[in-house]
Design a protein. Structure first.
Lengths: 95, 1320
């Protein structure tokens, strides 16, 4: 499942950024939102919206981000978001 | 030839190559530097591909150096105004001769100037200077003569005005005449560089440069000179020149220069110049000069009587070649590279190939290798008299570096190439001969042929360039034609022209590789990895350009909303100026929140000083609404409205973009909405402002603003401005605009809808003019639609991005520190923007009275009547340009605000400013031209808006409008006044002699006032001759009239300023900003005349001081001034001391322990400007401007503290006076001194410590664990380590041991400071 989530998340990121370079870029667990993707704050919001549309209310990306320090957000990597989504989805299926 | 001649220095400037390094790079990389003719060189109207007429050209491609033609006027001691008028080839020859000397290491090293000469090859074509003069003299007269015949109704006065207007636009500078004498191309160099050998130009058409080299070699060979500069110059693309070549059919119809290709159909004209420094080889070797190559022989020959103008004769060429090889004593068969003349005309190529066959022999046999042949003309076009020096420099570098460079566009070689022993080189190759012998051809019209034989000498390395200049630009008609070199030069480079554009910052090979892949894909790429690419830019495609001004937004830092707002408006203004300086003009303007005020200002609706007043009035609290808060939410408008549903007193204030809105409401409602949003998974947070701005909650506070707007002086917009309140263009009716400005405070900012509306209206490029996050808002709103959002806050990136979209920009504005003057190489056609408002002339003045004195009274009356008539008939408006600079007003060197060390060469660091009184004098003078024969009797409503800084020449526009006896004058953007005229002066009232209240003698003599820096003025403005007595309500003194413009009234202002300084302990500095009314009762006193001056202070508060002044002579008033207002600036004693004696005083306070403490509470914009200019040099000011505006304040505090820490340390070590500007910081290191500075900041507090090792310092707000935290931070800084990984190993009271370092700590007010103790 983790592989699927990563692929899906990568597709959503490409969609939000919507520029050529990200289409050809490999997005993996170690990809940094800040350094590699240069995601702006509003793009984070757009990504949160898409995640919610894709995975439903159980994935409260915005809420999860809100609980983080700025320094943590700056260092955020794609893998961490994948882990978070996987956790949400498994607790949902457990429930 | 009797001796070998060494080439020891070289410099050049050719299309695509601003210098020698770039030239060699381009030659090796095969860079095609051909482009379309810039419109300023000849007007696009002349281009007609089908034309046969002499005044239309079928070709428009060539090699051009316009953007590269820059001259360091100050460095060469040439006044910029003179430089603008001089022939560009003279100035650039001087620039390059200097560079060639520097290249050889003789910039500072002494050499035999008395035995140094210069010979420059130059054709007698009209350069830009002569073309301007031609237009000024003959062109202007021709226009008048033509108009007089065609439109008989025009009066002579009207014709005179047409002529004057044309001449003004042509821009010929009368002082420039000497700069147009052709031989000065050589003699100016001799003059400036103090060379006493022969200095002359030679004209041998296209062979000129090599003939110059031949002459120089002969001079050295004969032992008459020891050093010779030689070269060639051609900077001429004027219409006549092109016409000749078109009529001869010499230009390529295919618009492609293809030397030695069977498809070659003509030349493309290039330009440029090169200079080499030559010495006898033995001398050069003895003195250890670096030698590029040795000239072994030169040969010059004419075709003799067989010559025909268009058909070169092989025999003459052969003769020149044979003479050169004979002089060299070498076998022509040993040649390894021939740099051919190779013009790309069928006849020329065929003749040259035949010459090569005859001199160098037939093709080699089967095993033999063919020899390299090429020409740089394939890359830069035919540089005419300079062609030979381009070839010589190329050949010398090729032989020096051991590279056989390529020749372009010769894919199908001419048949005759096969019959020679040569081959054309397609790609750079290693030149594998032990002794590399090269030869250079240059053949001129009329049959003058020159040839040079040289041998390469191997060696050296080059210094690194400045990183910020590494910008690589390439343009072409389509991606397929955009050829990229494998490497880019180490500095700014721009190649080609066309709508398909690529920009690469710091073009490393890897980045260029990536760029190549992007170009190959052919899709736009906007900024990632410092690369921009567009196959067809948005602007090139017709898209409009908008400036979007930021306001207070979610990313603004905390502070009161008014302070933040003032900072933002100021930053917006700077960004707009920088964009406009770079040549970027908006099609439309918009603003976000209070950014809309900036947009109104940019549109010309509100003037600079009105905006300043607005900012000044925005005192803390003016916009505050207690209990009302903002919430920023990461969602769209619909979600936000749901979250507010049913809540009282809350509204949407900003609809920013689909994923960001701002709500504004009373505390309880805001919190409730915040909770609802968070519950829905929406990122949301409170903003640190309390205001009801942009909602109905502000309604109760709007009255004062409504009053402000009601009286706000407004002008119609010059650039379309769109409102974020209505999402439509601003109304034309100014009263409706006023209503809209109030509405703007109460209605939401509909930024998202506005951006969509503008996109619908054709705007494709949005430039954020200021700091903030508008770029994100635009991108989120326009996701998926064609657009570019560009932040001006990063100038290098912004200009690259704009250029790629099709906007022409001047990149040189990015590195002003170089301050080289751009030279205009062309004389564009003059176009009149609007019909001339023609008015009747002023009649000639009355004839002098020749009759006896008995009739004198009658004659006077007639004369008066005539001048009345003249005044009534005089034109009612007049606009003129005056260049204000140190050249036109040398006295300004004595009116500089910032004294710097003796001999400090950077003029802008001194800040020479035109005094307000000089502006008044100039306004009276200009106004007087609309009131001939009348005298100025009063000047009213004088206001100065902005300092007129004359560090670089300012073209000040004077606009005068006459209404009866009053002439309103504006100096665009700087000052305004109304001058009143009359036939004669009114009777003078008596002087003001009433006593002053509680009068005492003044505490200083005039000498002390100047020496102790109460006044910053230099000799030309030191007119106070006696001072005192002074009283509680004013001061008296005696003024001696000076010769400098405005000196006398400035001295009266000084007397007033001196009183202000003595009357206040703080905020002592005061500068004049306005005069209500100034009355004159006689002509201006002559220099040396003394006047009594009385100052009576009428109003004195914390912001301003207002006084009335009288200047009198012999008991009668000469001038009475009512309502002279001085604005006071924030200064405390420390600040004052630093301003007056910066070389002896610190702003930061030194503390025991060797560190300094700065509590930077200086807030007012004018005060910060003072601080900035007092502490920062030119380069640092650029760095300061590059900071985001909200970060500038802290950045400056840090610089001040750091510089003061260094000065304190040096003074403790016994150093003498040191100006802040003498300390330059590069990060933590002090440039040129073995010192480092540690810096820490906390709010307004900055602390700094300088030391030889690596110091550390920290400041923390006092509280639990503050001492340890500070100590760890200081140690971490010193060790370059993460403080969280350090531990306190030992401690005694205030001293802690961390990681083997002792750190002292001390409580200081509400802070704790920790600093490393030097290990002694």
């Amino acid at each position: 499942m983790r592989e699927q989530v990563l692929r899906r998340l990568a597709a959503l990121i490409r969609d939000v950024i919507g520029e050529d370079w990200v289409a050809e870029m490999e997005i993996g667990d170690q990809t940094s939102f800040n350094q590699d993707l240069e995601l702006e704050s509003i793009e984070f919001v757009a990504l949160a919206e898409r995640l919610q549309a894709e995975f439903g209310q159980h994935v409260d990306f915005a809420g999860w981000l809100a609980g983080k320090e700025l320094a943590e957000i700056v260092q955020l990597r794609v893998g961490a978001v994948v882990d978070y989504i996987v956790t949400c989805l498994s607790s949902k299926s457990a429930a | 030839m009797t001796s070998d001649v060494a080439i020891i220095g070289m410099a050049c400037l050719f299309p695509g190559a601003p210098d020698l390094e770039s030239f060699w790079h381009n030659v090796c990389a095969g860079v095609d530097a051909i482009g379309d003719v810039p419109p300023a060189r000849w007007d696009p109207a002349f281009y007609d591909p089908a034309a046969t007429a002499a005044d239309r050209f079928y070709c428009r491609r060539g090699g051009f150096v316009d953007e590269l033609a820059r001259f360091d006027a100050a460095g060469h001691g040439v006044m910029p105004v003179a430089a603008r008028g001089a022939e560009p080839d003279q100035l650039l020859t001087l620039e390059l001769a200097t560079r060639a000397l520097a290249d050889a290491g003789y910039a500072d090293r002494p050499f035999a100037r008395a035995r140094t000469g210069i010979v420059i090859g130059r054709g007698n074509y009209a350069g830009a200077g002569r073309a301007r003069l031609e237009q000024h003299v003959r062109g202007a007269e021709q226009l008048v003569v033509a108009l007089r015949g065609l439109v008989p109704s025009l009066s002579e006065a009207e014709l005179a005005r047409v002529k004057a207007e044309l001449q003004a636009q042509v821009g010929y500078v009368p002082d420039a005449a000497i700069g147009l004498v052709p031989n000065l191309t050589a003699s100016r160099v001799a003059n400036r560089l103090d060379l006493q050998g022969p200095a002359f130009t030679v004209d041998a058409a296209c062979a000129s440069a090599l003939v110059a080299v031949d002459q120089a070699c002969a001079e050295l060979g004969a032992g008459r000179s020891d050093f010779m500069l030689a070269g060639g110059v051609h900077l001429c693309h004027d219409e006549a020149f092109w016409s000749v070549f078109c009529q001869l059919g010499a230009l390529s119809r295919a618009q492609q220069i293809r030397p030695f290709d069977r498809r070659a159909d003509g030349i493309l004209i290039g330009e440029g110049l090169g200079v080499v420094l030559l010495r006898r080889r033995a001398d050069a070797e003895r003195d250890g000069d670096r030698i590029y190559a040795v000239i072994r022989g030169t040969g010059v020959a004419s075709d003799g009587r067989d010559s025909s103008l268009m058909n070169p004769r092989v025999e003459g060429q052969v003769l020149a070649l044979e003479r050169a090889w004979a002089a060299a004593g070498l076998d022509p068969a040993s040649v390894g590279l021939v740099e051919a003349h190779g013009t790309g005309t069928p006849a020329g190529d065929a003749a040259e190939l035949e010459t090569l066959r005859r001199v160098f022999g037939p093709p080699p046999d089967r095993d033999g290798e063919r020899v390299g042949l090429g020409t740089v003309k394939s890359m830069i076009g035919h540089a005419m008299p300079a062609a030979g020096i381009a070839g010589l420099i190329k050949a010398a570098l090729a032989a020096h570096h051991g590279v056989l460079p390529p020749t372009l566009h010769c894919e199908e070689p001419h048949d005759a190439v096969e019959r020679t022993r040569f081959r054309l080189i397609a790609r750079a190759e290693e030149w594998r001969q032990a002794e590399r012998r090269a030869a250079v051809n240059a053949f001129g019209f009329g049959g003058i042929n020159a040839h040079v034989v040289l041998v390469g000498v191997a060696a050296p390395s080059k210094p690194a360039p400045r990183a910020e200049e590494r910008i690589f630009l390439a343009a072409a008609a389509s991606p397929a034609e955009l050829a990229l070199p494998a490497s880019a030069p180490d500095r700014f480079a721009k190649l080609g022209s066309g709508p398909c554009r690529l920009a690469v910052l710091d073009p490393t090979p890897a980045r260029l590789e990536r760029a190549r892949a992007i170009v190959a894909k052919g899709r736009p790429w906007r900024g990632r990895d410092g690369i921009w690419f567009s196959p067809r830019g948005l602007i090139a495609d017709g898209g409009k350009l908008a400036f979007a001004f930021p306001g207070v937004d979610a990313t603004s830092v905390a502070g009161t909303i008014e302070e933040t707002g003032a900072g933002i408006v100021e930053a917006n203004r700077r960004a707009e100026r920088a964009l406009r300086a770079a040549g970027v003009e908006p099609d439309v303007l918009l603003g976000h929140s209070i950014g809309e005020w900036s947009a109104m200002h940019a549109a010309g609706m509100i003037r600079d000083e009105v905006l300043d007043g607005f900012i000044a009035r925005a005192r803390p609290g003016a916009l505050a609404v207690p209990g009302v808060v903002f919430v920023a939410a990461g969602c769209g408008r619909a979600v936000a409205e749901e979250a507010m549903a049913g809540l009282p007193d809350i509204a949407l204030s900003h609809d920013n973009c689909p994923h960001q809105v701002v709500l504004c409401g009373v505390e309880a409602s805001a919190e409730a909405a915040l909770a609802r949003l968070r519950a829905r998974g929406v990122l949301a947070q409170r903003l640190p402002f309390q205001s009801g701005f942009h909602t109905p909650l502000f309604a109760g506070h709007v009255a004062v603003h409504r009053d402000n707007f009601a009286t706000l002086p407004l002008a119609p917009a010059r650039v379309p401005l769109w409102s974020a309140t209505t999402c439509a263009p601003y109304p034309a009716d100014l009263d409706v605009v006023r209503a809209l400005a109030v509405e703007h405070l109460l209605a939401p900012v509909r930024f998202r809808e506005l951006v969509l509306a503008l996109h619908d209206a054709g705007v494709r490029v949005f430039v954020q003019a200021g700091a903030g996050s508008l770029v994100q808002l635009v991108e989120d709103t326009l996701r998926g639609r064609p657009h570019a959002a560009i932040a001006a806050s990063e100038p290098r990136r912004a200009l690259a991005a704009l250029w790629v979209e099709g906007q022409e920009v001047d990149f040189a504005t990015l590195w002003p520190a170089r301050a080289a003057l751009p030279l205009d190489l062309g004389v564009p056609l003059v176009r009149f923007g609007s019909a001339l408002a023609v008015a009747p002339p002023a009649p000639a003045p009355a004839p002098p009275g020749r009759l006896a004195s008995a009739f004198a009274g009658t004659l006077d009356a007639i004369a008066r009547a005539q001048t009345e008539v003249a005044a009534a008939l005089a034109p009612s408006t007049r606009t003129s340009l005056r260049t204000l600079s140190l050249a036109t007003m040398p006295e300004l060197i004595d009116h500089t605000f910032f004294r710097q060390p003796e001999g400090w060469s950077v003029l802008s660091d001194r800040h020479p400013v035109v005094p307000m009184t000089a502006l008044i004098a100039l306004m009276i003078e200009e106004a007087g031209k609309l009131a001939p024969g009348r005298v100025a009797v009063a000047v009213e409503d004088v206001r100065a808006f902005r300092w007129l800084v004359a560090a670089t020449p300012v073209a000040a526009r004077f606009v005068c409008r006459r209404d009866g006896d009053r002439v309103a004058v504006q100096i665009d953007g700087y000052a305004e006044a109304t001058v009143r005229f009359a036939a004669a002066y009114p009777p003078a009232p008596s002087d003001d002699t009433a006593p002053l209240a509680g009068a005492t003698p003044a505490p200083h003599t005039p000498e002390q006032i100047y020496a102790d820096r109460w006044m910053f003025h230099g000799p030309a403005y030191r007119g106070i001759a006696a001072v005192g007595p002074m009283g509680a309500d004013g001061i008296r003194g005696t003024l001696e009239t000076g010769a400098a413009t405005g000196a006398l009234l400035d001295n009266a202002g000084q007397l007033f300023g001196y009183w202000v300084m003595l009357a206040n302990a703080i905020d002592r500095m005061a500068m004049p900003v306005a005069i209500a009314r100034l009355e004159l009762y006689g002509p201006h006193p002559a220099p040396g005349e003394r006047l009594a001056c009385t100052v009576r202070v009428r109003r004195h508060d914390e912001r301003a001081v207002v006084a009335d002044l009288t200047l009198g002579r012999a008991g009668r008033a000469w001038c009475r001034i009512a309502g002279w207002e001085d604005r006071r600036f924030t200064t405390d004693e420390r600040f004052w001391n630093v301003l007056t004696f910066p070389e002896r005083n610190l702003l930061a306070e030194p503390r025991a322990g060797g560190w300094v403490w700065l509590s930077d509470g200086y807030r007012a914009a004018a005060t910060r400007e003072q601080l900035m200019r007092r502490y920062l040099g030119e380069r640092e000011r650029a760095a300061y401007e590059a900071q985001p505006p909200l970060a500038q304040r802290a950045w400056l505090s840090g610089r001040v503290a750091a510089k003061d820490a260094v000065r304190d340390l040096l003074w403790r070590g016994g150093a003498g006076p040191l100006f802040p500007i003498e300390i330059e910081l590069d990060g933590e290191t002090v440039v040129g001194r073995d010192l480092r500075v540690a810096l820490a900041q906390q709010g307004e507090i900055a602390v700094a410590l300088a030391a030889r090792g690596r110091p550390g310092i920290a400041v923390e707000e006092d509280g639990d664990g503050a001492r340890v935290r500070a100590a760890l931070a200081a140690a971490g800084q010193a060790r370059g380590a993460d403080p969280r990984r350090l531990r306190v190993a030992d401690r005694t009271d205030e001293r802690l041991l961390v990681d083997g370092l002792w750190v002292d700590t001390r409580r200081h007010g509400r802070h704790v400071v920790a600093w490393t103790v030097s290990e002694t």
